[in-house]
Design a protein around this ligand. Structure first.
Ligand code: ATP
Length: 600
């Protein structure tokens, strides 16, 4: 329940006065509802429509006196007219309150969604490395939907409780003894129903787990659809999907069974109680028929409130795990938040590297409970306006080193500096704002080429776009497209070849006019002709920026000024390309030899 209260506090902080206005509306609606229904029968009996004895029902004397001032011929019309007025006023207010309710709720959900999304984007890279992406999708869609439902239920609960309290007040005024008896039964019912709430919470936990697996599985399988189809793995995945859906179905049916059991209990207990009440009223308390009529009306109004609240609580219990999930992820994101506000970064001037980047005794581990260091005592200097290449076998630590240089990963030990200034978490972020990054697995959005490029620099002119495209050797293939820059490139750029995607990503990175250009395997998907073009491009760009490039294809880095060879997280060789290629027994010489042999 603590988690729900946390959200209620948030809702309170968010909606403020509107929440109280909503509550006030609810109170007035409840009052009008109570007045309209409860008083109709006694009023009709006052003018002799019903032959019931109202006896000593205290409030009737007030209305009796009022009715006497009206001519008899108009009394029925006045009573029915008042009834219609009260109920219509209540309906009108109810309509407006429903809209206000929806507005509060929807704007609260919008702000919640935005908070979570921002928290996710502002969390540091190591946080993202440790989590499954599908968990975020699950939270931002399914879990937020359940929290939305939980918030609706909570607001409905407040309405029901307000309604009930007011109607209890009116009922107490009508007949204290009978009302207290109904209340006692209500409390008894709440006590018996505790186990239903507990079950609902358990099913809620199971729902969270199952929907998390569903999202993760779907995500993985859709990402690997080509793999599935090429390797004829369809049947295995369909079986997985079948089983998971069966589990989801069973969970929902069990949940509905528990809910319908509780509904059965409420209905049967309601019938028993009504029978018991009528019996007690007539045989033990000897109440008059007027009072009995009021008691029946009162009971039929109050009891559904009790049961409504009860089933509301059960449904809320099943949404509790989603609230907990959301709170946990937000807390985790907040504890992993990058120290500088992103909007500050946009306001600050771009950082330009003048001398170079230095690492001294840098160590990094992905898992601090393990002994394995992905970077182990790294000492290096990357000179500005030069091309530095990082090479090594698979798993040597190249990507980890690049991520550390970009400030995505923080060294566990050691120091990093730029132009002699020590890199803190804050300055590392500033440094990142001046980096253009071309990843190994280029990601493009499902939109036009133009929009994909403009994301990096929304103010770029047509001329600047083509300049970047020329620099990355992407101009020719775009000119050939029917819609040129306005061509849609499909999901993750699927309508382009691997090499075209790589060149487009390079153009996008160049649009930012970065001080440092970081390329992770920039030519892995290029043919020899385009590789040569990229080589020339990089050679030219050296004059404007510092270039760091990871390359398995060593031909790409032929013009590198410095080559760093990594093995097991350590730099085992460094020097110019020509110098290292002459050291035939060195790792670089070996790598070069393997590649030359493979190309023959
Ligand atoms: N997110 C991670 N969590 C745990 N260990 C990781 C993670 N990423 C990489 N590693 C480990 O760190 C080591 C260095 O990995 P890294 O990706 O830096 O190598 P690499 O040289 O870039 O390899 P490749 O050329 O295959 O991309 C490897 O042993 C790898 O298993």
């Amino acid at each position: 329940m603590g988690h729900i209260l946390l959200f209620v506090n948030k809702l309170h902080a968010f909606a403020g006065i509107k929440l109280y206005l909503n509550l006030l509306c609810m109170i007035i609606i409840s009052l009008l509802d109570g007045i309209g229904i409860f008083l109709l029968v006694p009023m009709l009996s006052l003018i002799g429509i019903f032959d019931v004895h109202l006896g000593n029902v205290s409030f009737t004397s007030i209305f009796d006196a009022m009715l006497r001032t009206i001519p008899t011929a108009y009394q029925l019309a006045v009573i029915l007219g008042s009834f219609i007025f009260v109920i219509s006023a209540q309906a009108l207010l109810q309509k407006n309150q429903s809209v206000l309710d929806a507005k509060i709720q929807q704007s609260f959900m919008r702000s919640l969604r935005l908070d979570i999304y921002q928290a996710l984007l502002k969390a540091n890279w190591i946080f993202h490395l440790k989590r499954r992406k599908s968990d975020f999708q699950h939270i931002l869609t399914s879990e937020l939907g359940r929290v939305n439902h939980g918030t609706t239920l909570f607001l409905r609960l407040i309405t029901s409780i307000t309604f009930m309290v007011i109607q209890i007040g009116i009922a107490l005024w009508l007949s204290a003894k009978m009302t207290l008896l109904v209340l006692l039964c209500g409390i008894l019912l709440a006590f018996i129903s505790r186990k239903f709430i507990k079950h609902a919470k358990e099913y809620g936990n199971k729902t969270t787990e199952l929907s998390k697996n569903y999202y993760a599985g779907i995500n993985d399988q859709l990402n690997g659809i080509k793999d599935i189809k090429s390797n004829l793995l369809e049947q295995a995945h369909i079986s997985w999907f079948h089983k998971l859906n069966h589990d989801i179905e069973s969970n929902v049916i069990e949940q509905v069974q528990v809910q319908s059991n509780s509904q059965l209990l409420y209905r049967v207990s309601s019938a028993i109680l009504i029978g018991l009440f009528i019996y007690l009223s007539l045989k033990i308390f000897h109440v008059q028929s007027g009072q009995l009529m009021i008691i029946i009306i009162l009971f039929s109004r109050l009891w559904p409130r009790f049961t409504g609240i009860q089933s509301n609580l059960e449904q809320m219990a099943s949404t509790l795990p989603a609230f907990r999930n959301l709170v946990d992820i937000q807390k985790e994101c907040e504890s992993a938040v990058e120290s500088i506000a992103l909007d500050c970064l946009h306001r600050s001037n771009p950082f330009r590297v003048k001398a170079g980047i230095e690492c001294r005794g840098v160590y990094f581990r992905y898992d601090q409970s393990q002994e394995f260091y992905a970077l182990n005592n790294i000492n290096l200097f990357i000179p500005a306006y030069r091309m530095t290449a990082i090479v090594g076998k698979s798993g040597a630590g190249k990507s980890t080193l690049i991520d550390t240089l970009m400030g995505l990963l923080r060294p566990e030990r050691g120091e990093m500096s730029v132009d002699g200034i020590r890199l803190t978490e804050e300055t590392a972020l500033l440094l990142r704002s001046s980096i253009g990054y071309v990843p190994q697995d280029p990601f493009l959005f499902h939109t036009t080429i133009r929009e994909n490029l403009m994301m990096m620099n929304p103010e770029a002119s047509e001329e600047q776009l083509w300049e970047a495209l020329q620099a990355s050797a992407a101009d020719e293939f775009i000119e050939r497209l029917l819609l040129g820059l306005d061509s849609e490139i499909g999901d993750r750029g699927v309508r382009l070849s691997g090499g075209e995607r790589q060149r487009l990503i390079l153009a996008r990175a160049l649009l930012r006019r970065p001080s440092i250009l970081v390329l992770d395997e920039p030519t892995s998907a290029l043919d020899a002709e385009n590789e040569k073009r990229i080589q020339e491009v990089l050679n030219r760009l050296k004059e404007e920026m510092t270039i760091i490039v990871i390359a398995h294809r060593l031909s790409t880095i032929r013009n590198a000024d410095q080559v760093l060879v990594l093995e097991d997280g350590q730099i085992i060789q460094e020097g110019g390309y020509q110098q290292l290629s002459k050291e035939v027994n060195g790792v670089f010489g070996q790598l070069l030899r393997y590649q030359t042999e493979m190309n023959i």
